[in-house]
Design a binder for this molecule. Structure first.
Ligand SMILES: [Zn+2]
Length: 469
């Protein structure tokens, strides 16, 4: 069975075939680095991570590029307001993004090109578009893309151009355009931009947001590549504009498959600053949830469905992560010294066939949890051979190469903490319960539980499983 993906461009489920055998070239729209990202942003970034991990699972080499938007209206406004340089501000929030991504188990691409380091490529593309009569310069020194010049404009979002004039982003654009629906490729420098600007054949200014993704994706992935992902909120106008610029610039088809993930809701409502339900990763963790619970919640539903971030859902996600981690521990015990096994556990093929149906991860997880129940019963009744347990462990780790929620389980404790664990074992043998409880409480305040097993003490991370706060 082949991988099937829902291509927004054609509005249909298609069998995926990469342009180059064995390699997938994929571009995903990255963060605008002017503030701490909110969890809604991470739904998209985690979706991109899931796509990439599953392609790896299938054996593809994935060439992944994600841009860093380090110049735009909001960034410039903040730099001017806080009297800080563009480099300082964007470096700070790029670091925040990278740290959050690591905490969430997101495997960032090797290539994270910054917009400000590709101004030349953007200018070159704009020159071509002007030459091809797809773009024009206004008297004040801005350049706009002429959407009437591209017949297919609107085919991705199926937007009706007559209704366009009233949409917010379009209304935001500058004046001096031939058609109010045309979008900016180059924005003329203005007084309020302060020191931020670059020289161009059209005068000092800065690139529009859309052109960066066309210029950087094609620079690193070629004029035609396999997959472009983004949140559904980027479908129009951003991705529509990317297609217009790229196709008109090269005469080629640009992207084969467009994948869009749906929104994250918070307590059933759209996340917004005015509703006060605007959460960052830290906000979620400060409420006692683990990053892995958040990762699980944001990736365990189908990507084309909305996910509702609620405390209850985070607790359930934490429980699911805990079950997976406990299961791995049981398999490790049951496998004993056996570390490899020839036969492949059938759960792998079942999980993968669910994923092949447009990355149906909820179906895949249902398969995994059925298998866990069945395997636990076998272990309970001592019907599990070490060989079978080893095969199960290999399967679980392969599945986790896609889910990536077991990594957090590897707790590194300090020598000092290890000494406390040993002291507690001695105390327990001496029936010194008060000291033993004291040490257990020290670990609890650190977020760890000490579990006494026949083979000694196991240090586990605590996942809140009841609505206690
Ligand atoms: Zn983009």
């Amino acid at each position: 069975m082949n991988l099937k993906l829902y291509n927004t461009l054609t509005g249909s489920l298609e069998t995926f075939k990469s342009l180059k055998k064995g390699t997938v070239r994929m571009y995903t729209c990255g963060p605008t680095v002017y503030d701490v990202p909110h969890v809604g942003n991470y739904r998209a970034f985690l979706f991109f991570d899931l796509v990439k991990r599953y392609l790896w699972f299938l054996g593809y080499e994935v060439k992944h590029v994600m841009n860093i938007t380090d110049v735009d209206d909001k960034i410039i406004a903040k730099c001017v307001k806080e009297n800080v340089s563009l480099e300082t501000l964007t470096a700070k929030f790029t670091d925040v993004f990278k740290t959050d991504a690591e905490v969430l188990g997101i495997e960032l691409p090797e290539l994270l090109p910054k917009a400000t380091e590709h101004i030349k490529e953007m200018i070159d593309l704009i020159k071509v578009l002007i030459n091809n009569n797809n773009a024009y310069k206004t008297d004040d020194g801005s350049v706009f893309f002429k959407i009437d010049s591209f017949d297919d404009y609107g085919s991705l979002s199926e937007i009706e151009l007559d209704h366009l004039a009233s949409t917010e982003r379009v209304a935001d654009d500058e004046y001096g355009k031939e058609n109010p629906q045309d979008f900016a490729l180059w924005k003329k420098w203005k007084e309020q931009d302060g020191e931020i600007g670059w020289d161009s054949p059209w005068g000092r200014g800065r690139p529009g947001w859309h052109i960066e993704c066309s210029a950087m994706s094609m620079k690193y992935l070629g004029e035609e590549f396999d997959i472009h992902c983004g949140g559904v909120d980027l479908l129009f106008p951003h991705h529509e504009n990317e297609i217009a610029q790229s196709v008109c610039g090269t005469g080629k088809s640009f992207v084969q498959t467009w994948l869009h993930c749906d929104h994250l809701l918070v307590d059933g409502a759209k996340m917004s600053k005015s509703l006060g339900n605007f959460y960052t990763l830290n906000d979620v963790m400060e409420r006692g949830h683990s990053a892995m619970a958040l990762r699980y919640l944001l990736t365990s539903s189908h990507y084309r469905q909305k996910v509702d971030l609620t405390n209850e859902h985070l607790y359930s996600a934490g429980q699911a992560v805990q079950r997976l981690q406990d299961f791995r521990r049981r398999l490790v015990e049951a496998a004993g010294k056996v570390t490899s096994h020839q036969a492949e556990s059938p759960v792998l093929a079942d999980f993968s066939s669910a994923m092949k149906q447009d990355l149906n991860v909820s179906e895949g997880l249902a398969v995994v949890f059925d298998w866990i129940r069945e395997t636990n019963r076998k272990i309970d009744s001592q019907n599990m051979s070490p060989n079978e347990a080893a095969a199960g462990l290999i399967a679980l780790e392969r599945i986790d190469s896609v889910l990536s929620v077991l990594t957090d389980d590897l707790i590194q404790i300090t020598d000092e903490e290890q000494a406390l664990v040993s002291e507690r074992e001695v105390a327990r043998k001496a029936k010194n319960w008060s000291r033993s409880d004291e040490i257990r409480d020290i670990f609890r305040t650190k977020g760890y539980e000490l579990e006494d097993t026949p083979k000694g003490t196991v240090v586990k991370r605590i996942y809140k499983t009841t609505a206690e706060s």
